[in-house]
Design a protein around this ligand. Structure first.
Ligand code: HEC
Length: 336
């Protein structure tokens, strides 16, 4: 975009200062909006627990310990406590004096498969304004941070051109999302988990994961049940998202601190229970929240949720040259 320039419009020094001041004020208003109690409520069960006003149930507490321990979630989704990776290790850390945000604001490639149900792959024709969101169709690949460093397709310009050389070391990395409010749902459908009545969500950057149970199971077994197939093509006798994970969309720079955690089925469920304590609205309910008029979903199981609607991934054309042909090109593994 703009040939990688962050200042495509030439301005005099004094006009540049004026423009920068407007941007600064804009950022300050966004910042105070984000810090407001309406947006950053800190009104979850977990916040009440930190304040000594809620006692976690046995499963929630077990999930919290796994989040900081065997699950290793806390090394990226910071909850203000230390990480205890080995069994028998005790957490001697002091709780941080801030509201934990459940992100380190870093980036990682969790090896999420390409999701062929993503509408973006089909937006190949000009819309009513003549804009074509994705001229490459299934030739599109999401290189995440790597695309940003290349000022690549769909990304704003990288503000520092000397970072571009690092693109191949971060291809596929997405920003660590907060784990707060992942389980937030309208009151009519009180959970994200089948059999429900549940509210269907998509997790991770492309919505491939459909329930928190699946999400934790993915971190737990991604490498144990890895198959060199695309979504919709798991071998007979296996079930996608249960004992078959299709290959990652981007095979470079995969985070190896998770992928084979050795969690039991019950431990996975306990982490889900813990994630459910992170929904705001417990101490200060949202009385004026929008009224959800859709219907809740019912049936099935959280492990196979969404599999009713799997679209087999078509044979993938090579990654478009506007994405994978921009120097420095992705490597060492080819993009499937
Ligand atoms: C190495 C860093 C890292 C570790 C360890 C990690 N995560 Fe994540 N997490 C991420 C990144 C990066 C994303 C975004 C991935 C994407 O969108 O492709 C993410 C996304 C999520 C989300 C999705 C939020 C949403 O709205 O879609 C949840 C929930 C989550 N992680 C929970 C966990 C749990 C539970 C664990 C432990 C079992 C864990 N994470 C371990 C980095 C990590």
């Amino acid at each position: 975009m703009f040939g990688g320039s962050t200042t495509p419009i030439p301005l005099s020094a004094s006009d540049r200062t004026r423009a920068n001041t407007v941007y600064d004020h804009w950022a300050q208003s966004v910042d105070s909006y984000e810090q407001s109690v309406q947006v950053s409520a800190f009104s979850s069960k977990f916040d009440a627990f930190l304040a000594g006003k809620y006692k976690l149930t046995a499963d929630e507490m077990a999930g919290f310990k796994l989040f900081d321990g065997k699950g290793n979630c806390n090394s990226c989704h910071l909850d203000g406590r230390g990480t205890t990776l080995k069994s028998g290790q005790t957490d001697s850390s002091a709780a941080a004096m801030v509201n934990p945000l459940f992100t380190c604001f870093g980036s990682a490639n969790e090896g999420v498969p390409l999701n062929p149900r993503n509408a973006f792959y089909y937006e190949t024709k000009p819309d009513s304004y003549g804009f074509t969101p994705n001229p490459y169709g299934f030739g599109y690949r999401d290189l995440g941070l790597g695309t940003f460093l290349r000022s690549g397709f769909g990304s704003g310009p990288n503000p520092n051109v000397s970072w571009r050389q690092y693109a191949p070391t971060v291809d596929g990395q997405m920003q660590v999302v907060t784990a707060r409010d992942v389980a937030l749902t309208p009151p009519q459908c009180p959970t994200t988990e089948a059999p429900g009545p549940y509210f269907q969500k998509g997790f991770f950057h492309n919505g491939y994961i459909k329930s928190l149970k699946q999400l934790v199971h993915f971190y737990n077994t991604r490498d144990k049940y890895a198959y060199p197939v695309t979504s919709g093509h798991c071998p007979p006798g296996t079930t996608e998202k249960v004992d078959c994970w299709p290959m990652p969309e981007v095979r470079n720079n995969i985070d190896m601190t998770s992928g084979n955690l050795g969690l039991t089925d019950e431990e996975e469920n306990q982490i889900v229970k813990f994630l459910e304590t992170l929904s705001d609205g417990f101490t200060r309910p949202y009385l004026n929240s929008d009224i959800f008029t859709g219907s809740c979903m019912k049936g099935g199981s959280a492990a196979t949720q969404g599999n009713e609607f799997l679209i087999p991934t078509p044979p993938l054309p090579p990654c478009a040259s506007a994405i994978c042909g921009v120097a420095p090109v992705p490597g060492p593994k080819p993009i499937p």
